[in-house]
Design a protein around this ligand. Structure first.
Ligand code: BV8
Ligand code: ZN
Length: 245
């Protein structure tokens, strides 16, 4: 049963905020059909992602890792943005430079929903880069490269994502942390908040006194600290709190 008053309060807090950061995880894409990493139907149970989403796995069996990413490209390309993604694109239209979307997701659904002010902390599954030099395929490719040899240096081409044990892009991380430290409100959507350093983003906003709103199907460490926490599907909650912007 929706608690109308909590929705109203969260809606008002958002409507009055000039600077809003939104932090998303796999849960925002669950209703689009993209498997999450944990929870029911989780990706990790089937594929042991932490075994495959690593540089060691890629060095040991590059073809197997490419096969796994090729399958994830096919799955994600066949999914569509849902009402939660679309609500965030509308919020960005209203706030302009006062808005920043920080995502852990690699599925490109925020961009396909119309969001533009996006920080992809963990890369993008459709991007192909060289593991040795700065060569990167222009644009986003659904099809994995036929030939995974870098045309510039002969190194091996890999998916443009951040693997476990790999450092995140320092510039993106600084941008994400500084926006979270300055914003008036942060909405945290669809994340179990377990993977670091990304999972510290909502904490930075909390410490800086922002209004933190959590939207997640299950409780997390943030649930007790957030000003509002909604444990309903993101596709229901986000259109309701972002309002008819
Ligand atoms: C780093 C791209 C250091 C790849 C990803 C031990 C060994 C090795 C490393 C570590 C270790 N201990 C800690 C670490 C660090 C590690 C880490 O945090 N591990 C965790 C598991 C403990 N982190 C790293 O390795 C990072 N790098 O630390 O480098 C370093 C520093 C300097 C120099 C060198 C090295 C890199 C982490 C990035 C890994 N890459 N993705 C790929 O996907 O193939 S992470 C990947 O998993 C995602 O990007 C995301 O970040 C994470 C999954 O989390 P969520 O998005 O939260 O998804 P999840 O399924 O967990 O939760 C979904 C939630 O949604 C659920 O709560 C569910 O209830 C909810 N939900 C479901 N449906 C809905 C919903 N909510 C609302 N509506 C719905 N409809
Ligand atoms: Zn190269």
């Amino acid at each position: 049963m929706r608690d109308e008053q909590r929705y109203e309060e969260a809606r008002e807090a958002l409507a009055g905020a000039q600077s809003v950061v939104v932090f998303t995880g796999a849960g925002i894409s669950a209703e689009s059909g993209v498997p999450t990493y944990r929870g029911a139907g989780g990706l990790w149970r089937n594929y042991q992602a932490e075994d495959l989403a690593t540089l060691e796995a890629f060095r040991r069996s590059p073809d197997l890792v490419w096969e796994w990413y090729a399958e994830r490209r096919r799955t994600m390309a066949a999914c569509h943005p849902n009402r939660a993604h679309l609500a965030l694109a509308k919020l960005e239209e209203r706030l302009g430079n006062g808005f920043l979307l920080i995502t852990q997701n690699i599925d490109d659904l925020h961009r396909r929903a119309g969001s533009r002010r996006i920080v992809e902390l963990h890369g993008n599954v459709f991007r192909t880069v060289c593991s040795q030099c700065s060569y990167a395929l222009e644009g986003l490719e659904e099809k994995p490269p036929e030939d995974t040899t870098c045309p510039r240096c002969g190194g091996r081409l890999r998916p443009g994502v951040v693997w476990f044990g790999e450092a995140l892009d320092g510039t993106l991380l600084d941008q994400a942390f500084s926006a979270s430290a300055r914003c008036e409100a942060l909405i945290c959507v669809g994340s179990s908040l377990l993977v670091q350093p990304a999972a510290s983003i909502p904490e930075v906003a909390l410490r800086a006194g922002a209004d933190v709103i959590e939207v997640n199907a299950e409780p997390t460490w943030l649930t007790q600290e957030a000003r509002w926490s909604f444990q309903e599907p993101a596709g229901e909650v986000l259109p309701a709190i972002v309002g008819a912007v």
